[in-house]
Structure formats: C-alpha cells, structure tokens
Design a binder for this molecule. Structure first.
Ligand code: BEZ
Ligand code: MG
Length: 456
C-alpha cells in the first residue's frame, strides 16, 4: 500500500479520511516501531509472540506495529459492516457502468471470489454478491453474521441481479462457512415470489429447471469452485506453455476445473451441465483487484480466473461479456473495463522506463519479470481480446527493436529475452497483432538468434 500510493504521507492522508486524528497518530506510532527482528528472534527461541488481528493498515489500524503474531480474520464477522457498506457502493457502481456500456441491466454477473482480497477487506467481495442479489447480512448481538435477509424490491430500487460465483480453492478453504451462507442467499432470492423481470435469480432458476429437467433446488446452485482439494484453473499454464489450439480450449479448461458446486452440505460435487447453463446467463464478468501493485499484468492469476471465466462465457454464449475489474482498496476506487486496466498498467509499468529500468537493475529475475508481464498481457488477448495493437507495438519497440535494451535483457536473462520475442511472434500467429512486414522479419531473425543463444 505504501508503494502504490507513493509513500507514508499519502497513506496517512488516506487514513485521515476514515479515522480520527488520535487513530491516525496511533497508525503513525505503530509504523515507526520496529519489532520484526526482535520478534523473529523470540519466535526462534520458542517464546511467546503477542497476537493481533492483521489486514489492511487503513481498514484495521490495529495491524501495526508488526512483529506480532498477526491472524487473518474472524470469519464470524465477515462481511464486516464497513465491508458491506463498501460492497453496496461497488455493486451499484458496477451495475451503473454495465448499464452505461451495454444499455441495459445485467441479468447475471460472473464474479470471482478470491481468498486474499476477502481477507484484506473483511469480505467485500462476499458483500458484493449479497448486494447484487439484494440481500443483507443479519448480525446477532455479538456482531456475528449468521444469516441473510431479503432487501424488499421497493427499497432496492432495481432488479435483483443473478451472480455466478466462481471461488478459488483458497477462498473455498478459508471461507467454507461463507460458501454455505452464499448458497443460502441464492436460495432465498430464487424462492422469493417476485416478478421475473425484477428477480433474475428466480427467472434463471425456473428456466434452468425446465430446460435441464432438474429440480428447482438443483437449478438454484450458483456457488462453484474446484473439486475438493484441487486448486487453480490451469488456464494460465495452458497460455504460458502454448498448450492450446483454439480459444475454446481455454474455455473448456476453465469449465472442467471449476464446475463443482458447493453449499447446503455439498462440498464439491461435479456439476458440469449446471455450471455451463449458469454461465450461459452471464452478461458481465467481474473481479476485485487486490492492489495496483498486484495487477492484471503482474501475475497470471487474474487471467486464469477473470480471463478464463470471460472466455468460458463467450464460448457458451457466442458473444463476449463485458469484463470489469474493481480497485476498491483506495477510498476513490473505480470500476474499470479489463481493456482500460491493461492499458493503464501497460503505460505505468510495462512501457514505463522507470519501471523497466528498475527491473533490469535486478538482473536475471528482473528480466524474467519483464517477460512475464508480456506473457500476462498476451493472456488478455487470448481470453478477452483486450489488448490493442499499440501495446504490442510498444513492447516490440521498447524491448526488441531497441538494440541496447535487447542486449541488456539478453545479458541479464537469455531465456527471458527469447521468451519475450517469442511471445510477440505468437501474438502475431494467433491473430492478435499484425506488425509491419519488416518488423515481423526483424523479430523472427532476433528470435532464432536468441533461441539458439538461450539453448546453447
Ligand atoms: C486467492 O484466492 O487469494 C488466490 C487464488 C489464486 C491465485 C492467487 C490468489
Ligand atoms: Mg503463481
């Protein structure tokens, strides 16, 4: 958080928007304390380390000083009141953006649930699902979330939006009780006797039950993840290793990994047909981005989840859903399209000399990081067609056609240099980028040379 905002002053300014001056001073004191080394030495001695709740510094000022035994969360308090409040705002922003782009209410949103962002935010993404459905968490006298209730349609002021929740294996393991709570929320909404044009969950559930000739209860499943004990979508590995022929392969890989239902005592029953039929209703996909520091081009996991789901919907429906990300760790968070986010990250990182010079200064690993950004960017072509030509033009000009940079990249990490140029060529052969013929010839020549050097 400190890095992405530029420094301590900005972080403290942000804290001041949420907290009293006394609390902000507490954060400042906590940050100034340095207990890490002392605590590690104590731990190695087998001595007691004082515990504390952790998480995002601004949301939980108690997470400093560090050097204590920080624990992730108390699941009974998720989503917190603050998280649900934020989630409601995000849900409305997302719906408004989708309406602006597509001209109508989304009927169903494919939403990715990860462990990390829900840990950091005390369950904002879980709260977003509730908010889209038009339900509220019910809290007992001790502040524990134990159930949900319907927000009346008049109060909601819009239709209940259906959601297909795709949970990571990590989310499934950490938030097991929330899989049940989410499932309860879907059933509550599906069973509400309301007009079908105001309750898309009920509308889709009735249609699915009729079409697939299954019971209403079966058709109300919306919580999907991997089989028990299994993690990840494998879409990222397929992309990295060129282990796919058509984009439909990526969709099928995603579907086969994620088509296991959870909830009502069911812990991962295979339900391929159900998942496919639920995805067929999706017109918008969405995932929260943890922070600008770990964005769409930094890791391959957003591509494997949000990208994979978007491709699966396209494969099933025949048209690409609108794909969005949300960055709400900042008070002025935003919903952006995947294409906007890829463009933003390309300008601020991949093509920014301050970023790549920093990476090159790190030698082998820095060069690998550059190559990895290019591959992750390519992943947004393969899954969402969200990468315009200027991005590939820029990568080619910056890293391959600039002899000095190419030499430094190659010197630092010959595999990364060959990989980067190879990925540009792959973008061309897969139809995502059509550079001028001389550029293409140049890249091919470099590639042969770099490959030979990397092998030798
Ligand atoms: C998560 O659930 O937090 C997660 C899943 C896949 C990759 C990274 C994080
Ligand atoms: Mg990884």
């Amino acid at each position: 958080m400190l890095d992405e905002t530029g420094g301590l002053d900005e972080a403290l300014d942000m804290a001041a928007q949420h907290h009293s001056p006394e609390v902000v001073q507490g954060i400042q004191r906590g940050l100034a304390e340095s207990r890490e080394i002392e605590a590690i030495v104590r731990a190695l001695d087998g001595r007691y380390i004082v515990p504390s709740s952790g998480g995002d510094l601004i949301r939980n000022p108690k997470s400093v000083p560090t050097g204590r035994n920080l624990h992730g969360l108390n699941p009974a308090l998720v989503p917190s009141a603050y998280a649900f409040d934020q989630a409601r705002k995000t849900a409305e922003l997302l719906i408004a953006r989708a309406v602006e782009d597509t001209g109508r209410f989304p009927e169903s949103i494919g939403l990715v649930l990860w462990g990390t962002d829900n840990l950091k935010t005390d369950g904002e993404a879980i709260g977003q699902v509730f908010a889209l459905l038009g339900v509220e968490p019910l809290v007992d006298d001790l502040g524990r979330v134990h159930d949900v209730r319907l927000v009346p349609l008049e109060e909601l002021g819009r239709p209940r939006i259906d959601v297909v929740a795709t949970a990571s294996g990590i989310f499934r393991d950490i938030f097991a009780n929330h899989l049940e709570l989410l499932d309860r929320a879907f059933r509550l909404v599906a069973e509400a006797d309301e007009p079908l044009d105001r309750n898309f969950v009920r509308k889709h559930t009735l249609a699915m039950a009729a079409e697939l000739e299954i019971g209403f209860e079966e058709a109300a499943h919306r919580v999907f993840s991997n089989a028990a004990g299994v993690y990840g979508t494998n879409v990222n590995f397929a992309i990295e290793n060129r282990a796919w022929t058509t984009e439909d392969d990526l969709a099928r890989i995603f579907q086969s990994r994620k088509s296991f239902v959870y909830g009502r005592g069911i812990a991962g029953r295979e339900a391929e047909q159900l998942f496919e039929r639920a995805l067929a209703t999706v017109d918008v996909t969405f995932q929260n981005v943890d922070s600008l520091e770990m964005g769409l081009t930094d890791v391959d996991h957003y591509t494997e989840y949000l990208g994979g789901m978007t491709k699966a919907v396209e494969h099933i429906r025949g048209g690409q859903p609108a794909a969005y990300v949300g960055d709400f760790l900042m008070p002025n968070g935003k919903v952006r399209s995947v294409a906007e986010m890829v463009a933003l990250e390309t300008r601020t990182k991949t093509l920014n000399p301050r970023w790549f010079e920093g990476m090159l200064a790190h030698g082998y690993e820095g060069a690998r990081e550059i190559e990895s950004h290019v591959t992750n960017t390519f992943g947004w072509s393969a899954t969402c067609r969200a990468v315009p030509a200027w991005v590939y033009d820029g990568v080619a000009e910056t890293y391959a056609l600039d002899a000095e940079i190419l030499a430094r990249l190659r010197e630092a990490n010959p595999h990364a240099a060959a990989g980067l140029v190879g990925r540009l060529l792959e973008a061309n052969t897969r139809g995502y980028w059509a550079p001028a013929a001389p550029v293409l010839e140049q890249l091919k020549a470099y590639y042969l040379d770099l490959e030979a050097a990397a092998e030798g």
